[in-house]
Design a protein. Structure first.
Length: 226
């Protein structure tokens, strides 16, 4: 009986050890990813600075750089279709923002597709936000309808060309404008995938099931030899 149980036992222990090691590895990856996201959140909420010149910016180094600016919004705008889990479909509103002789792109926030987009406010706006180089496009994203002003992705170079701005995108977090139908939709780490906890649960669950099946097989072998 013992000889018949050795192979299933070894197979079961080795299989469980592999699954458990994968679960432990994902735990380590989870801790690493949590640290990365905490660092990103800290960077987003750091002390804001003035918007650097275009030549001094680096998309990797300066992603999420907190900035503040004061200026005037242009009348033109780009609307980009987005979807939120609770609020449903809406438009991101991107407008030209003149800041002391420079004009950049300002992501003002989101407005419902059912609401009328209000005209640009008069007077100067004080805006606190973050620079971003978003990657909205994937293989299934339709092309932007520039003529119909119906966009599906924030293509900075394309938006800058249409609105006549520098290819710099500032995403508003706080705006001095009041009573606007457009709600700021600031950057945060929630949009960055972090599925490691699910993988941890999956691998440890598989290890538990594997051990259970091994125990059941050993019990069946023992019953047959009694």
């Amino acid at each position: 009986m013992v000889r018949r149980m050795i192979l299933p036992l070894v197979f079961g222990v080795i299989g469980a050890a592999i699954l458990i090691s994968l679960g432990v590895w994902q735990l380590q990856r989870l801790a690493w990813k949590d640290a990365v996201l905490a660092e990103i959140d800290a960077r987003i909420l750091a002390e804001p600075v003035a918007i650097p010149e275009l030549e001094a910016l680096d998309p990797e180094r300066d992603r999420y750089l907190p900035v503040e600016a004061s200026g005037n919004l242009g009348a033109e705008y780009i609307r980009i279709l987005v979807s939120q889990k609770i609020q449903g479909p809406g438009y991101r509103i991107i407008a030209p923002f003149e800041i002391g002789g420079r004009v950049i792109l300002l992501d003002r926030g989101i407005i419902s597709t059912r609401a009328e987009i209000p005209p640009a406010p008069e007077g100067r706006l004080d805006v606190l936000g973050n620079l971003h180089w978003p990657d909205d496009r994937n293989s299934s994203t339709p092309d932007n309808d520039i003529d119909g002003n119906f966009w599906f992705a924030r293509d900075i170079a394309q938006m800058a060309d249409v609105l006549g701005t520098e290819p710099i995108l500032m995403i508003a977090r706080e705006v001095s404008e009041v009573d606007s139908a457009i709600t700021p939709f600031p950057v945060d780490s929630s949009s960055i995938p972090n599925d490691h906890l699910q993988y941890v649960i999956t691998w440890f669950s598989l290890a538990f099931i594997w051990l259970g099946m091994t125990g059941y097989l050993l019990w069946r072998i023992r019953q047959r030899t009694v």
